[in-house]
Write a protein of this length. Sequence first.
Lengths: 113, 117
Amino acid sequence: AQSVTQPDIHITVSEGASLELRCNYSYGATPYLFWYVQSPGQGLQLLLKYFSGDTLVQGIKGFEAEFKRSQSSFNLRKPSVHWSDAAEYFCAVATSGTYKYIFGTGTRLKVLA
Amino acid sequence: DVKVTQSSRYLVKRTGEKVFLECVQDMDHENMFWYRQDPGLGLRLIYFSYDVKMKEKGDIPEGYSVSREKKERFSLILESASTNQTSMYLCASLITSGLSPTYNEQFFGPGTRLTVL
């Protein structure tokens, strides 16, 4: 069965530091991969997605992610974190043919001033 | 911009009440989804619909039903609310046309935080 693992429940970084959030998936075929962000009390907003092609994907708010098939990973990165990036981040994989997503359990990011 | 709206941000109900959560999207999306979000569990799919009057069970459909009479509206129904249904409920919609630049992206509403007493 398909699954998505976000091994870090909480991450704390200082403002201006770099960030990497980990995501591993289990899926037989080439997956459709997504990163979403959820600010407190809000719905989810798409940061970026990967369907095919270039394995380094640029998203909004200065985020990027790299698809590594050999490691079954799709880690999210940002070179310099801003206080407004404090939120919860979800990785998701789409199952082909049904448009259903499987979400990871999320990583809550705290940013220190 | 795609807009997905949910009828209430906060809702408090009593055990045994019938509860309706409404979701409306304005971009003619074919697919719509209902999730519940609980701390440490991420988002879990309750039901989804791929067309008017069509629905499929997700991973946790027990205690819930859905209705989709019009393309833009997808309702989640708790037939008899219980305390273990206290949660954040999120609605999403998605377009399946490969010609759309937002193909296969789920757009989310702001969520409804339901408390069942």
